[in-house]
Write a protein that binds this ligand. Structure first.
Ligand code: SF4
Length: 248
């Protein structure tokens, strides 16, 4: 957070259309840095968002308020690629005085890109991070990766607290919204619901997230583990996931 306070920034969240991100850069400055407001950047509680809102929406608003002197515009994913909370956050941020550019990624622009990080071997946290980097840099060079068969699955959005990802073995495949991001298909419900058969999968959501309904349904259907978590993960959540991974 500290190193961001010396720069002019364009904030964004979710997966905005590539063309909207491009035109924001052309309009506000090609050399401005994009900052993903979804992630935990260490902003203090702005008290704009009630406590029973998902932690990711709270991150978006808290980060924006904390960086308000630096942010020249926010490109907000308010379409089906995100969720209604993204749409409402855009409204609240506009009310708070931000220059908000709304984006809805239409299915005609789905990219069906190859899944590299979702299906390769390696640190789950690093692969999720790489996938989220493709929102701004879709053609960034792919590090050496090795495709593997999945021994386990992680389904969901990138968590607020990445420590939960460290428990998973390197042969974990990525499903759900994060996989849709790598494919360039945000809002593709069919892809979001896809998991490989007979792969023990953890269906993760932040607490108070609309995707809990999906995660719960899919966990029942595929005999997986449904886990939700509000702020930082605690030992009981970590132990539950660890036990599921070990015993399956
Ligand atoms: S955690 Fe769920 S409700 Fe919150 S912003 Fe992400 S998709 Fe939306």
């Amino acid at each position: 957070m500290k190193n961001l306070k010396s720069k002019k920034l364009i904030g964004y969240y979710g997966f905005p259309r590539r063309s909207t991100l491009r035109s924001a850069r052309e309009r506000f400055g090609r050399d401005l840095e994009f900052v993903d407001l979804d992630v935990a950047l260490g902003a203090p509680d702005s008290r704009v968002i009630q406590t029973t809102t998902c932690r990711i929406t709270a991150n978006i608003v808290d980060n924006a308020i904390e960086l308000s002197r630096n942010i020249v515009a926010i490109v907000a994913d308010v379409g089906e690629g995100k969720c209604d909370r993204g749409r409402y956050a855009a409204f609240l941020l506009r009310e708070a005085g931000f220059n908000v550019i709304e984006s809805r990624f239409p299915p005609e622009e789905f990219e069906d890109r190859s899944l590299v990080y979702s299906t390769s071997e390696g640190s789950l946290a690093e692969r999720v991070d790489r996938i989220m980097g493709t929102v701004i840099h879709p053609s960034s060079s792919v590090d050496q990766t090795r495709a593997c068969s999945p021994t386990h699955g992680f389904w969901g959005v990138p968590p607020h607290d990445f420590r939960i990802l460290d428990i998973f073995p390197p042969t974990t495949h990525i499903y759900g919204w994060t996989r849709c991001v790598e494919a360039g298909n945000p809002g593709d419900l069919e892809m979001e619901c896809y998991v490989d058969k007979n792969v023990p999968t953890v269906f993760f959501t932040q607490s108070f997230c609309a995707k809990q309904d999906l995660a719960h349904h899919l966990a029942e259907k595929h005999d997986g583990l449904f886990v939700d978590c509000h702020r930082n993960v605690n030992n009981s959540i970590l132990s539950k996931v660890e036990a599921f991974i070990k015993l399956s």
